[in-house]
Design a protein around this ligand. Structure first.
Ligand code: OSB
Ligand code: MG
Length: 368
């Protein structure tokens, strides 16, 4: 198999309602849809999931664009490959830039599985026909978050996540637990705390959270390990885990009891699967994280979530959770808390060309 050209589609959509964290409020989402086309004209699709500003990791839409166009695409174009896992070796000499790498690598996985005539999930080793879906309620006030939780439960989501910070945590979780005493609930701090806040974090144990996600700094596995010994709630790492080595270190240190795997954050499906395999061997549950992404990335996430170790519902909401209209058809749909795996080859969802065109703000073909 050989990629003869790439097309980068930079798209932008308005969210239905703002997504609020202590670091950033996301109103509009820009992203890059990476189309990899082979010599027979077959297209595979991936998505580079960095945000417009570097609040979540240091990558941005613009750095992704530069990396893909000037560095990564030239490493792939016109080069014969037997399997997408070879890409990892080609990309090894490029430091960091996981989301840019994943944008290209996932496009090639889609292309490869289409050429094989197999669903991507099957090639990854799926063990189920449907995946469990959780969703994030991230409103701009406690009242709004409560009403969003109510709607999500009505829609059948099996697990709810909220965003917390030292400014809102106790009041928010107390009010949620008052209204919804037993729902599977978790809280994501996106590094809002430091080890000095241990008493405040300990005070959250009473809310019986499934886990607390990324309480401390991105680069501090040691402090997470210390914190985990002092609180009952399981720690889940997100931003701290960017590679299989990070995952090995975190598990050896005892920095977490759960890992959130995002394909973009770890540099692609191959690395995501490695982390999954490691965690499975060690009995550590994993779940698929989200990036407020478009349908292409969600489709890859759904395929990944079909692997055995993904025992906790991921951030896998319906297309309609964030978007008025997605760029794939059918759209991702959560029914009774689950998403059925598609049976078509590749990611199993078609590109909605009309919608893609409508939201494209820049398009470029890369031939070399
Ligand atoms: O920390 O998991 C996170 C969204 C953007 C960036 C980081 C995170 C999130 C989410 C939402 O929590 C996930 C989603 O529903 O896409
Ligand atoms: Mg997170």
């Amino acid at each position: 198999m050989r990629v003869e050209r790439f097309i980068l589609h930079v798209i932008e959509m308005e969210l239905k309602s703002p997504f609020v964290t202590h670091l950033e409020t996301v109103n509009k989402r820009r992203g890059i849809i990476v189309e990899a086309i082979d010599c027979d004209g077959v297209s595979g699709y991936g998505e580079a999931v960095a945000f417009s500003t570097p609040w979540y990791t240091e990558e941005t839409v613009q750095t992704n664009y530069h990396m893909i166009k000037d560095i990564l695409a030239p490493l792939v174009l016109h080069r014969e490959m037997n399997h997408p896992s070879e890409i990892n070796k080609w990309f090894e000499k490029v430091r960091g830039n996981q989301m840019a790498k994943a944008g290209v690598e996932t496009a090639i996985w889609d292309l490869y599985s289409k050429r094989q005539g197999q669903p991507l999930a099957v090639l990854l080793g799926s063990v189920r026909e449907e995946v469990c879906a959780g969703a994030v309620a991230a409103g701009s006030s406690i009242a709004e978050t409560l009403s969003r939780i109510d709607q999500l439960l009505t829609q059948g989501y099996e697990r709810i996540k909220v965003k917390i910070s030292p400014q809102n945590d106790h009041e928010l979780l107390r009010k949620i637990r008052h209204q919804f005493p037993t729902i599977p609930l978790m809280a994501d701090a996106n590094s809002a705390y430091s080890l000095k806040d241990v008493d405040q974090l300990k005070a959250l144990d009473e809310f019986q959270l499934l886990m607390i996600e990324q309480p401390l700094a991105v680069d501090d596995l040691v402090q997470h390990a210390k914190l985990q010994k002092m609180i009952e709630t399981r720690i889940c790492l997100d931003e701290s885990i960017r590679s299989i080595r990070d995952a090995e270190n975190a598990l050896e240190l005892g920095s977490c009891g759960v890992i959130n795997i995002k394909i973009g954050r770890v540099g692609g499906l191959q690395e995501a699967k490695k982390i999954h395999d490691l965690c499975r061997k060690q009995g550590v549950p994993v779940w698929v994280g989200g990036m407020i992404e478009f349908g292409v990335s969600r489709a890859h996430n759904v395929a990944l979530a079909s692997l055995e170790g993904f025992s906790i519902p991921g951030d896998l909401s319906s297309s309609s959770h964030y978007w008025h209209e997605d760029i794939i058809e059918p759209e991702i749909q959560v029914v009774n808390g689950t998403i059925s795996l598609p049976h078509e080859a590749g990611i199993g969802y078609q590109i909605n060309e009309k919608r893609l065109k409508e939201v494209t703000i820049q398009k470029e073909e890369l031939i070399r």
